[in-house]
Design a protein around this ligand. Structure first.
Ligand code: ADP
Ligand code: MG
Length: 581
């Protein structure tokens, strides 16, 4: 008999199993806020209030004036897969509600004390308490209309989760961000946020345009009149973009937000589509405030691929990508683009991008943020563009035309290229990652951040940084301890400026003692972050710039050592159909 060692396989204690599953959906107070808001939204409420105590760690309350829950169904809502929203498989492909798995209340109730008080029209108000999975009796009493859910002492009995929580003020900010994110997609609903008994945010019913402006009211970089509305529709989708006209911008992509069917998702291809829409309206390394609200035929979207529903498979993604970019290009006021960036001798490909001296077209297209700009007034931008133009004319032409023919993209992964007597298939993500990796490794420019970035880390990382911060310094990242679990980043390699969030995310999660390991992981994470993903739609100009760089490489393998260029010769192709060249 085989000896499997000491531990036997056993079915998990059901409580343990519940808590593991709960962890996937409920990570922190902000996840509870997200789920409870989704439920309130699905209930058809017109007024929703959120009350947080101690950043949500002691109590989260969500009150809505929606449909309410029938007294004889109240006992069901905290059971696994209890949902009123989906009953057949077809329903999953035709989602119109925010919730659909019937897992949220069940998961929350496995990790906290949950009290649900609700009243459905024509029914009595009733209340139920589920305390860390133990279901109490139903008692009479509750609101006059709608539902109130209280979630107390989250993770009290899940120390492993509780340990990962940040300070209350940080948890509060995360909850607030979820609150704003939801409020943006539902402008006709009133939303109120309280920090204990202090009203901190209030959105009255308004237009979508006005709701976006209200949410940015504390951001001094945004002038309300600069936010304009642009829209378009295609065969099975439509979109509205509330977007800056070019005068307000940031040096990161954090305010390019994408909603699909009222759900905020992390879809880099569409973030990219919005920023491509600005072309030379914005200087390199600058990004707009752009909120994209896309409506897609539910049959073409699958949200059921991520525990927090932050990702979606969108079947007509390429079409939407194209429509967003081209509509923005057409409809954005072109006052800044009057400066013609054409130089008489440049090739058509080069006309599209303005290339400052000393950087290649590739840098302009792909580097996270090779240069920094003060926020220029329109005049200074004009002056600088002229300067660039003059420089361009002085530069000798190294690439008058490409010596390859870009055919197109295959499976949203491969770039197909005809060159000499061969067909090449290039894995776009791996290729881009490799190019960025080389570039990052060779770049020595380090910048002082005007505003150092403060962040919080867990205890183990704090200890790691105490002993290893000088390792980061060798990569241009200067870290200073600011206090209890608080650190500050004061310098950053200039190429990484627009992805500083990813850099911080790396620092707050990495701990290993081998310096080799640190360098490799850091560089490849950063390169991977900034690279075009497999599955991203890539426009022709981007593709051509990428291909040119790939052909210049001596040894095309990705930072992880994988080959990413496949060559099929004309001869091989002819032979495979029984012909001779
Ligand atoms: P899901 O939202 O995926 O259906 P949940 O666990 O979040 O799963 O909720 C379970 C069920 O409880 C919902 O399908 C709904 O019928 C009911 N419910 C939860 N919250 C509310 C609410 N605020 N108003 C009305 N019904 C609610
Ligand atoms: Mg739900």
């Amino acid at each position: 008999m085989v000896d499997y060692g000491m531990s036997k396989i056993a079915i998990l204690d059901s409580l343990v199993a519940q808590r593991i599953a709960a962890g996937e959906v409920i990570e922190r107070p902000a996840s509870v806020v997200r789920e409870l808001l989704d439920n309130a939204l699905d209930s058809g409420a017109t007024e929703i209030s959120v009350i947080l105590v101690d950043g949500g760690t002691s109590r989260i309350t969500v009150i809505d004036n929606g449909s309410g829950i029938a007294s004889d169904e109240l006992a069901l809502v905290c059971q696994s897969h209890a949902t009123s929203k989906v009953s057949t498989l077809e329903d999953l492909y035709n989602l119109t509600s925010m919730g659909f798995r019937g897992e949220a209340l069940y998961s929350i109730a496995a990790a906290a004390k949950v009290t649900i008080a609700s009243k459905k029209e024509g029914d009595e108000a009733t209340t139920i308490v589920v305390d860390n999975s133990s279901v109490g009796k139903i008692s009479p009493g509750g609101p006059l209309k709608g539902t109130r859910v209280d979630v107390e002492d989250l993770f009290m009995y899940v120390p492993a989760r509780k340990m990962f929580l940040k300070r209350n003020s940080t948890e509060y900010t995360m909850c607030k961000n979820v609150f704003i994110e939801k409020a943006l997609a539902f402008p006709d609903i009133s939303f109120k946020l309280y920090d204990e008994n202090r009203l901190t945010l209030s959105f009255e019913p308004s237009s979508l345009h006005q709701r976006v402006i209200s949410s940015l009211s504390t951001d001094k970089r945004v002038t309300p009149t600069d936010m304009i509305e642009i829209s378009d529709e295609g065969a099975r989708f439509s979109f509205v973009a509330i977007t800056t006209s070019g005068a307000s911008y940031r040096n990161d992509r954090s305010h390019i937000r994408v909603y699909v069917n009222k759900r905020a998702i992390d879809e880099y291809a569409l973030v990219q589509a919005a920023s491509y829409g600005y072309k030379e309206l914005l200087p390199g390394g600058a990004f707009p405030y752009s909120y994209l609200f896309i409506t897609v035929d539910p049959e073409l979207v699958d949200f059921n691929i991520h525990p927090a529903k932050r990702e979606a498979k969108i079947r007509n993604l390429a079409e939407i990508h194209h429509s967003v970019t081209s509509t923005l290009r057409k409809q954005l006021p072109q006052q800044l683009a009057h400066v013609s960036l054409k130089s008489p001798s440049s090739s058509p490909q080069q006309e599209l991008y303005y290339t400052p001296k000393g950087t290649s077209t590739y840098d302009t297209l792909f580097s996270p943020a090779p240069r920094t700009y003060n926020r220029p007034s329109d005049d200074s931008w004009f002056e600088r563009a002229k300067e660039v133009l003059q420089q361009k004319q002085e530069e000798p032409h190294t690439r008058s035309s490409y010596n390859f023919h870009y055919i197109g993209q295959l499976f949203t992964l491969f770039l197909l290229v005809e060159k000499d007597d061969s067909l090449y298939l290039i894995d776009q993500h791996a290729a881009h990652e490799r190019l960025l990796y080389d570039q990052i490794r060779s770049d020595k420019g380090v910048q002082h951040l005007m505003l150092p970035i403060e962040f919080e880390v867990e205890y183990s990382i704090d200890q790691f940084l105490l002993h290893n911060s000088e390792k980061y310094a060798t990569y241009g990242l200067t870290l200073k301890k600011k206090g209890d679990l608080r650190w500050e980043l004061t310098t950053i390699p200039s190429l990484w400026k627009s992805i500083e969030k990813d850099v911080i995310a790396f620092i707050t999660s990495f701990s290993a003692t081998d310096p080799q390991e640190l360098e490799k992981r850091l560089y490849s994470t950063i390169a991977c972050r900034a690279a075009v993903k497999a599955g991203d739609a890539v426009d022709m100009y981007t593709a051509e710039a990428l291909i040119q760089q790939v052909f210049d490489l001596e040894n095309p393998v990705c930072p992880h050592g994988r080959v990413f260029v496949i060559e099929i010769t004309k001869e091989q192709l002819y032979q495979s159909v029984g012909r001779i060249i």
